[in-house]
Design a protein around this ligand. Structure first.
Ligand SMILES: C[S@@+](CC[C@H](N)C(=O)[O-])C[C@H]1O[C@@H](n2cnc3c(N)ncnc32)[C@H](O)[C@@H]1O
Length: 245
């Protein structure tokens, strides 16, 4: 059985990584960050409304809050697509108990929409109940009678991205900060992400680090800075295939 990654819970209830000495999510809270930076940055929920199936590729599953918030937003959207596939890469999976605790602490500012937050917390319980023994390799979990599929690729980002078979409609880049976690933002890793993209694939991340912006632009993304989720000034949104590679 694989060892679970330890989480340090700080006095304000937010999760930290001892390995990377960084926060798992924005000070504004995980649900707020997922909705604003990742979903809205990728044009969701609107973009899945014209599709029958929609695939999100994420780097860094962590505490699963981006997945849970995406699933909850999909679930409450009357115009949702038929199938949501969420594919995420994670080298250091956490324990199920930390996923449950994270969902309960997902809205420290108390600003999230109450029904959505309640859905996130209920879905977290489903994820906890299904949480597998995360040995290295590909794990597939099915929820909502198979309409929501989670593919967890447990292992180092680069080999797992190269191994995965996935056509992404949207990409969430959610490694720890590029300065502390460079492997998640390397040219090779972002190139491996781009190989899963097609014209119109949207991408979002909380960082606007110059190296990340430049690499994405070189790989064929049109990159735009958006207003950030406070206290961050900016975040990033990009579209694949609309810039000269
Ligand atoms: C900011 S956290 C992700 C938060 C997550 N998206 C959520 O919603 O809770 C970054 C994640 O990247 C993972 N990670 C860091 N370096 C990695 C690597 N080289 N390969 C794969 N995963 C990595 C960390 O273990 C951590 O879970």
């Amino acid at each position: 059985m694989a060892m679970n990654e330890p989480i340090e819970w700080s006095s304000d209830g937010s999760p930290h990584s001892l390995r990377f000495n960084d926060r798992y999510r924005s000070r504004a809270g995980g649900v707020a960050q997922a909705l604003y930076v990742f979903l809205a940055g990728c044009g969701l929920p609107e973009r899945w409304r014209n599709a029958s199936a929609f695939t999100v590729l994420e780097t860094g599953f962590g505490l699963g809050l981006n997945f849970l918030t995406t699933w909850a937003a999909w679930e409450i959207d009357e115009q949702r697509c038929n199938t949501l596939h969420f594919v995420s890469v994670e080298a250091y999976p956490v324990a199920a108990a930390d996923i449950a605790r994270s969902a309960l602490a997902a809205d420290p500012s108390g600003t999230a929409d109450a029904p959505l937050l309640a859905r996130v917390q209920a879905l977290a319980q489903q994820l906890v109940n299904a949480w597998p023994d995360l040995s290295p390799g590909i794990h597939r979990l099915r929820f909502a009678e198979g309409r929501v599929q989670l593919t967890l690729a447990v292992g180092e980002v680069l080999p797992m991205l190269r191994h995965l078979d996935c056509a992404a409609d949207a990409v969430y880049l959610d490694g720890f900060s590029p300065a502390r976690n460079p492997d998640m933002w390397s040219h090779a890793a972002l190139q491996a992400v781009a190989r899963h993209c097609r014209a119109g694939t949207t991408l979002a991340t909380y960082t606007v680090a110059r190296g990340v912006r430049e690499t994405l632009a070189q790989l064929g993304f049109r990159v735009e800075k958006r207003t950030g989720l406070a206290p961050k000034r900016h975040c990033l949104a990009a579209v694949f295939g609309s810039a000269a590679p």
